[in-house]
Write a protein that binds this ligand. Structure first.
Ligand code: HEC
Length: 317
Protein backbone atom coordinates (compact mmCIF):
# COMPACT_ATOMS: atom_id res chain seq x y z
CA UNK A 1 0.00 0.00 0.00
CA UNK A 2 2.72 2.49 1.03
CA UNK A 3 5.15 1.72 -1.74
CA UNK A 4 7.44 4.73 -1.62
CA UNK A 5 7.88 4.84 -5.38
CA UNK A 6 4.15 4.69 -6.14
CA UNK A 7 2.59 7.71 -7.79
CA UNK A 8 -0.20 8.08 -5.24
CA UNK A 9 2.31 7.98 -2.36
CA UNK A 10 4.46 10.63 -4.01
CA UNK A 11 1.51 12.79 -4.89
CA UNK A 12 0.15 12.61 -1.32
CA UNK A 13 3.60 13.51 -0.03
CA UNK A 14 3.74 16.45 -2.43
CA UNK A 15 0.32 17.67 -1.30
CA UNK A 16 1.31 17.35 2.37
CA UNK A 17 4.52 19.27 1.70
CA UNK A 18 2.63 22.03 -0.12
CA UNK A 19 0.16 22.14 2.78
CA UNK A 20 2.97 22.54 5.30
CA UNK A 21 4.53 25.30 3.23
CA UNK A 22 1.15 27.01 2.85
CA UNK A 23 0.50 26.76 6.61
CA UNK A 24 3.95 28.20 7.30
CA UNK A 25 3.26 31.09 4.94
CA UNK A 26 -0.14 31.63 6.58
CA UNK A 27 1.44 31.60 10.04
CA UNK A 28 4.06 34.15 9.03
CA UNK A 29 1.41 36.30 7.43
CA UNK A 30 -0.82 36.24 10.52
CA UNK A 31 2.19 36.98 12.76
CA UNK A 32 2.84 40.03 10.63
CA UNK A 33 -0.79 41.15 10.82
CA UNK A 34 -0.78 40.50 14.58
CA UNK A 35 2.41 42.52 15.05
CA UNK A 36 1.08 45.51 13.16
CA UNK A 37 -2.14 45.26 15.20
CA UNK A 38 -0.08 45.33 18.43
CA UNK A 39 1.87 48.32 17.09
CA UNK A 40 -1.34 50.12 16.26
CA UNK A 41 -2.70 49.39 19.70
CA UNK A 42 0.41 50.93 21.27
CA UNK A 43 0.03 53.94 18.97
CA UNK A 44 -3.63 54.36 19.89
CA UNK A 45 -2.79 54.24 23.59
CA UNK A 46 -0.19 56.97 23.25
CA UNK A 47 -2.58 59.05 21.12
CA UNK A 48 -5.15 58.78 23.90
CA UNK A 49 -2.60 59.73 26.56
CA UNK A 50 -1.55 62.72 24.46
CA UNK A 51 -5.16 63.78 23.94
CA UNK A 52 -5.92 63.40 27.63
CA UNK A 53 -2.86 65.55 28.45
CA UNK A 54 -4.07 68.11 25.92
CA UNK A 55 -7.46 68.17 27.64
CA UNK A 56 -5.82 68.95 30.99
CA UNK A 57 -3.55 71.51 29.31
CA UNK A 58 -6.59 73.42 28.05
CA UNK A 59 -7.18 74.40 31.68
CA UNK A 60 -3.51 74.57 32.70
CA UNK A 61 -4.37 72.30 35.60
CA UNK A 62 -7.51 70.53 36.73
CA UNK A 63 -8.85 70.62 40.25
CA UNK A 64 -10.35 67.64 42.01
CA UNK A 65 -12.46 67.86 45.13
CA UNK A 66 -12.00 66.20 48.51
CA UNK A 67 -10.30 62.94 47.58
CA UNK A 68 -6.56 63.42 47.69
CA UNK A 69 -4.73 60.55 45.98
CA UNK A 70 -1.53 61.70 47.68
CA UNK A 71 -0.19 63.52 44.65
CA UNK A 72 -1.22 67.04 43.82
CA UNK A 73 0.47 70.32 43.23
CA UNK A 74 -1.45 72.66 45.48
CA UNK A 75 -4.35 72.58 47.82
CA UNK A 76 -7.15 75.13 48.15
CA UNK A 77 -10.03 75.32 50.50
CA UNK A 78 -13.39 76.46 49.27
CA UNK A 79 -16.66 76.87 51.02
CA UNK A 80 -19.26 74.47 49.69
CA UNK A 81 -22.76 75.82 49.99
CA UNK A 82 -26.15 74.32 49.45
CA UNK A 83 -27.22 77.28 47.36
CA UNK A 84 -25.07 79.52 45.29
CA UNK A 85 -24.64 82.76 47.22
CA UNK A 86 -23.78 86.08 45.61
CA UNK A 87 -20.14 87.03 45.89
CA UNK A 88 -19.42 89.08 48.98
CA UNK A 89 -22.36 87.83 50.97
CA UNK A 90 -21.40 87.11 54.54
CA UNK A 91 -21.61 83.39 55.26
CA UNK A 92 -24.05 82.18 57.82
CA UNK A 93 -22.67 80.45 60.90
CA UNK A 94 -23.86 76.95 59.80
CA UNK A 95 -22.16 77.23 56.33
CA UNK A 96 -18.72 77.71 57.79
CA UNK A 97 -18.44 73.98 58.54
CA UNK A 98 -19.09 73.02 54.92
CA UNK A 99 -15.61 73.61 53.66
CA UNK A 100 -14.36 71.45 50.78
CA UNK A 101 -10.72 70.94 49.78
CA UNK A 102 -9.62 71.02 46.13
CA UNK A 103 -6.38 69.60 44.78
CA UNK A 104 -4.77 70.69 41.54
CA UNK A 105 -3.27 68.37 38.91
CA UNK A 106 -1.05 69.43 36.05
CA UNK A 107 -1.10 67.41 32.76
CA UNK A 108 1.77 65.05 33.67
CA UNK A 109 0.32 64.33 37.09
CA UNK A 110 -3.13 63.71 35.64
CA UNK A 111 -1.54 61.46 32.99
CA UNK A 112 0.31 59.55 35.70
CA UNK A 113 -2.91 59.01 37.63
CA UNK A 114 -4.56 57.96 34.38
CA UNK A 115 -1.74 55.45 33.85
CA UNK A 116 -2.22 54.10 37.39
CA UNK A 117 -5.93 53.57 36.71
CA UNK A 118 -5.09 51.77 33.45
CA UNK A 119 -2.43 49.67 35.24
CA UNK A 120 -5.13 48.36 37.58
CA UNK A 121 -7.68 47.91 34.81
CA UNK A 122 -8.36 44.94 32.53
CA UNK A 123 -6.73 46.81 29.66
CA UNK A 124 -3.72 44.88 28.34
CA UNK A 125 -1.74 47.86 27.13
CA UNK A 126 -0.10 49.79 29.97
CA UNK A 127 1.77 53.07 29.78
CA UNK A 128 3.71 55.66 31.72
CA UNK A 129 5.50 58.93 31.11
CA UNK A 130 9.23 59.12 31.53
CA UNK A 131 12.20 61.28 30.67
CA UNK A 132 16.00 61.16 30.94
CA UNK A 133 15.63 64.42 32.89
CA UNK A 134 12.83 63.34 35.19
CA UNK A 135 11.19 65.44 37.87
CA UNK A 136 9.75 62.56 39.85
CA UNK A 137 12.20 59.70 40.66
CA UNK A 138 9.25 57.30 40.34
CA UNK A 139 9.27 58.12 36.62
CA UNK A 140 12.90 57.10 36.14
CA UNK A 141 13.38 55.34 32.76
CA UNK A 142 14.29 51.64 32.60
CA UNK A 143 16.83 50.26 30.13
CA UNK A 144 14.40 50.04 27.18
CA UNK A 145 13.15 53.57 27.85
CA UNK A 146 16.70 54.94 28.11
CA UNK A 147 17.58 53.30 24.79
CA UNK A 148 14.34 54.61 23.22
CA UNK A 149 15.08 58.20 24.33
CA UNK A 150 18.65 57.89 23.05
CA UNK A 151 17.51 56.53 19.65
CA UNK A 152 14.74 59.15 19.36
CA UNK A 153 17.17 61.99 20.08
CA UNK A 154 19.85 60.59 17.75
CA UNK A 155 17.50 59.87 14.85
CA UNK A 156 14.94 62.65 15.47
CA UNK A 157 12.26 59.94 15.55
CA UNK A 158 8.54 60.34 16.36
CA UNK A 159 8.35 56.84 17.80
CA UNK A 160 10.47 53.83 18.64
CA UNK A 161 9.47 50.22 19.27
CA UNK A 162 10.91 46.81 20.07
CA UNK A 163 9.37 43.33 20.09
CA UNK A 164 10.51 40.72 22.57
CA UNK A 165 9.13 37.19 22.90
CA UNK A 166 6.57 38.30 25.47
CA UNK A 167 5.81 41.96 24.85
CA UNK A 168 5.97 44.93 22.55
CA UNK A 169 7.52 48.04 23.97
CA UNK A 170 6.77 51.33 22.33
CA UNK A 171 7.88 54.93 22.91
CA UNK A 172 6.16 58.07 21.58
CA UNK A 173 8.23 61.23 21.47
CA UNK A 174 7.11 64.18 23.63
CA UNK A 175 8.50 67.49 22.47
CA UNK A 176 8.88 70.52 24.71
CA UNK A 177 6.30 73.17 23.88
CA UNK A 178 6.28 76.75 25.15
CA UNK A 179 3.49 75.80 27.54
CA UNK A 180 5.76 73.24 29.23
CA UNK A 181 8.41 75.83 30.06
CA UNK A 182 6.58 77.48 32.91
CA UNK A 183 7.25 74.33 34.94
CA UNK A 184 10.13 72.64 33.08
CA UNK A 185 12.03 75.81 32.10
CA UNK A 186 14.37 77.39 34.62
CA UNK A 187 13.88 76.04 38.15
CA UNK A 188 14.12 79.62 39.47
CA UNK A 189 10.94 80.63 37.61
CA UNK A 190 9.01 77.38 38.19
CA UNK A 191 5.83 77.50 40.30
CA UNK A 192 6.42 77.42 44.04
CA UNK A 193 4.33 74.27 44.56
CA UNK A 194 6.33 72.35 41.93
CA UNK A 195 9.63 73.25 43.62
CA UNK A 196 8.18 72.45 47.05
CA UNK A 197 7.17 69.00 45.94
CA UNK A 198 9.92 67.95 43.53
CA UNK A 199 12.89 70.13 44.47
CA UNK A 200 14.82 72.14 41.90
CA UNK A 201 17.44 69.60 40.80
CA UNK A 202 15.71 67.56 38.06
CA UNK A 203 13.15 68.06 35.34
CA UNK A 204 14.16 71.64 34.54
CA UNK A 205 16.23 73.40 31.90
CA UNK A 206 14.09 72.22 28.97
CA UNK A 207 14.14 74.19 25.70
CA UNK A 208 11.20 74.44 23.28
CA UNK A 209 11.48 71.91 20.44
CA UNK A 210 13.73 69.52 22.36
CA UNK A 211 12.73 66.00 23.34
CA UNK A 212 11.09 66.28 26.78
CA UNK A 213 10.57 62.57 27.27
CA UNK A 214 8.36 59.76 26.04
CA UNK A 215 5.05 58.08 26.55
CA UNK A 216 6.19 54.53 27.16
CA UNK A 217 3.68 51.79 26.25
CA UNK A 218 3.89 48.03 26.77
CA UNK A 219 1.55 45.56 25.11
CA UNK A 220 1.80 41.83 25.82
CA UNK A 221 2.55 39.63 22.78
CA UNK A 222 0.30 36.59 22.93
CA UNK A 223 0.85 34.90 19.61
CA UNK A 224 1.08 31.13 19.30
CA UNK A 225 -0.65 28.53 17.12
CA UNK A 226 -3.00 28.02 20.10
CA UNK A 227 -3.98 31.70 20.51
CA UNK A 228 -4.23 31.90 16.74
CA UNK A 229 -6.68 28.97 16.72
CA UNK A 230 -8.64 30.47 19.62
CA UNK A 231 -9.07 33.73 17.78
CA UNK A 232 -10.44 32.00 14.67
CA UNK A 233 -14.17 32.54 14.18
CA UNK A 234 -16.65 29.77 13.30
CA UNK A 235 -16.91 31.11 9.74
CA UNK A 236 -13.16 30.75 9.32
CA UNK A 237 -13.40 27.17 10.57
CA UNK A 238 -15.99 26.48 7.85
CA UNK A 239 -13.65 28.04 5.28
CA UNK A 240 -10.76 25.91 6.58
CA UNK A 241 -12.84 22.72 6.35
CA UNK A 242 -13.64 23.63 2.74
CA UNK A 243 -9.89 23.95 2.19
CA UNK A 244 -9.51 20.33 3.30
CA UNK A 245 -11.60 19.40 0.24
CA UNK A 246 -9.25 21.44 -1.90
CA UNK A 247 -6.51 19.13 -0.68
CA UNK A 248 -8.41 15.83 -0.66
CA UNK A 249 -10.15 16.18 -4.06
CA UNK A 250 -6.94 16.27 -6.15
CA UNK A 251 -5.62 13.23 -4.27
CA UNK A 252 -8.85 11.32 -4.98
CA UNK A 253 -8.77 12.42 -8.60
CA UNK A 254 -5.19 11.28 -9.17
CA UNK A 255 -5.96 7.95 -7.51
CA UNK A 256 -9.04 7.20 -9.59
CA UNK A 257 -8.07 8.79 -12.92
CA UNK A 258 -4.38 7.92 -13.05
CA UNK A 259 -3.15 5.44 -10.50
CA UNK A 260 -5.94 2.84 -10.75
CA UNK A 261 -6.13 2.68 -14.60
CA UNK A 262 -2.33 2.59 -14.81
CA UNK A 263 -2.35 -0.41 -12.44
CA UNK A 264 -4.91 -2.19 -14.65
CA UNK A 265 -2.93 -1.44 -17.81
CA UNK A 266 0.31 -2.57 -16.18
CA UNK A 267 -1.37 -5.87 -15.37
CA UNK A 268 -2.57 -6.23 -18.98
CA UNK A 269 0.79 -5.31 -20.49
CA UNK A 270 2.44 -7.85 -18.24
CA UNK A 271 0.06 -10.57 -19.43
CA UNK A 272 0.76 -9.59 -23.07
CA UNK A 273 4.53 -9.66 -22.46
CA UNK A 274 4.48 -13.14 -20.93
CA UNK A 275 2.77 -14.41 -24.08
CA UNK A 276 -0.46 -15.36 -22.41
CA UNK A 277 -3.39 -14.98 -24.71
CA UNK A 278 -5.28 -11.95 -23.61
CA UNK A 279 -8.55 -10.92 -25.12
CA UNK A 280 -8.52 -7.16 -25.27
CA UNK A 281 -11.62 -6.91 -27.45
CA UNK A 282 -13.68 -6.03 -24.40
CA UNK A 283 -11.55 -2.94 -23.98
CA UNK A 284 -13.69 -0.45 -25.89
CA UNK A 285 -12.05 2.93 -26.07
CA UNK A 286 -12.93 5.93 -28.15
CA UNK A 287 -10.03 6.36 -30.58
CA UNK A 288 -10.31 10.11 -30.38
CA UNK A 289 -10.36 10.32 -26.58
CA UNK A 290 -8.12 13.09 -25.29
CA UNK A 291 -7.40 11.15 -22.12
CA UNK A 292 -3.73 10.13 -22.15
CA UNK A 293 -4.44 6.93 -20.22
CA UNK A 294 -7.01 5.93 -22.88
CA UNK A 295 -4.37 6.48 -25.56
CA UNK A 296 -1.94 4.33 -23.61
CA UNK A 297 -4.59 1.58 -23.36
CA UNK A 298 -5.17 1.80 -27.12
CA UNK A 299 -1.44 1.39 -27.80
CA UNK A 300 -1.30 -1.66 -25.55
CA UNK A 301 -4.34 -3.04 -27.37
CA UNK A 302 -2.57 -2.51 -30.72
CA UNK A 303 0.68 -4.08 -29.47
CA UNK A 304 -1.29 -7.07 -28.19
CA UNK A 305 -3.07 -7.39 -31.56
CA UNK A 306 0.23 -7.24 -33.54
CA UNK A 307 1.81 -9.83 -31.26
CA UNK A 308 -1.22 -12.09 -31.79
CA UNK A 309 -0.91 -11.72 -35.59
CA UNK A 310 2.84 -12.41 -35.51
CA UNK A 311 2.33 -15.46 -33.31
CA UNK A 312 -0.32 -16.97 -35.60
CA UNK A 313 1.91 -16.35 -38.68
CA UNK A 314 4.79 -18.12 -36.95
CA UNK A 315 2.55 -21.01 -36.01
CA UNK A 316 1.19 -21.42 -39.61
CA UNK A 317 4.76 -21.69 -41.02
C1 HEC B 1 2.08 72.85 35.76
C2 HEC B 1 3.45 72.40 35.66
C3 HEC B 1 3.80 71.50 34.50
C4 HEC B 1 3.62 71.75 33.16
C5 HEC B 1 2.97 72.95 32.50
C6 HEC B 1 4.17 70.59 32.48
N1 HEC B 1 4.69 69.71 33.37
FE1 HEC B 1 5.61 67.98 32.95
N2 HEC B 1 5.66 67.51 34.86
C7 HEC B 1 5.27 68.34 35.89
C8 HEC B 1 5.33 67.60 37.13
C9 HEC B 1 4.98 68.15 38.48
C10 HEC B 1 5.78 66.31 36.83
C11 HEC B 1 5.97 65.14 37.77
C12 HEC B 1 4.65 64.39 37.78
C13 HEC B 1 4.70 63.12 38.61
O1 HEC B 1 4.85 63.22 39.82
O2 HEC B 1 4.57 62.06 38.01
C14 HEC B 1 5.96 66.29 35.38
C15 HEC B 1 6.41 65.18 34.71
C16 HEC B 1 6.62 65.14 33.36
C17 HEC B 1 7.13 64.00 32.66
C18 HEC B 1 7.46 62.62 33.24
C19 HEC B 1 8.89 62.51 33.74
C20 HEC B 1 9.17 63.33 34.99
O3 HEC B 1 9.71 64.42 34.81
O4 HEC B 1 8.81 62.89 36.09
C21 HEC B 1 7.23 64.35 31.35
C22 HEC B 1 7.74 63.50 30.20
C23 HEC B 1 6.75 65.71 31.25
N3 HEC B 1 6.38 66.17 32.48
C24 HEC B 1 6.66 66.41 30.06
C25 HEC B 1 5.95 67.60 29.96
C26 HEC B 1 5.65 68.23 28.70
C27 HEC B 1 6.06 67.70 27.32
C28 HEC B 1 4.93 69.36 28.98
C29 HEC B 1 4.32 70.32 28.01
C30 HEC B 1 3.46 69.77 26.99
C31 HEC B 1 4.81 69.43 30.44
N4 HEC B 1 5.44 68.35 30.98
C32 HEC B 1 4.16 70.44 31.10
C33 HEC B 1 4.87 69.62 35.79
C34 HEC B 1 4.48 70.21 34.60
Amino acid sequence: MFDKSSLSFRFTLLVLLSMTLASGALYMLSLDVYKSEVQNRARTVSDNVNDFGAWVSQYGRVWVKDTDSGSHLSEQKYVELKNIKPVGEILAEEDLGKVATFYSKNPALAQREFSEVVAKSESKAKFRMTSDNYMNPANQPDSFEKEAIRAIKAGKLDEYGEFSQTEYRYARTLLVKDSCLKCHGEASSAPRDVIDRYGSANGFGFKAGEVAGIISVRVPVEFSPLTLAKGVSSKTWVALSLLVFVIVLPILFVRSAVVKPVRVLTELAEQVSTGRKVDLNDLVIDEKSGNEIHQLALSIKRISASINIMMSRLRSK
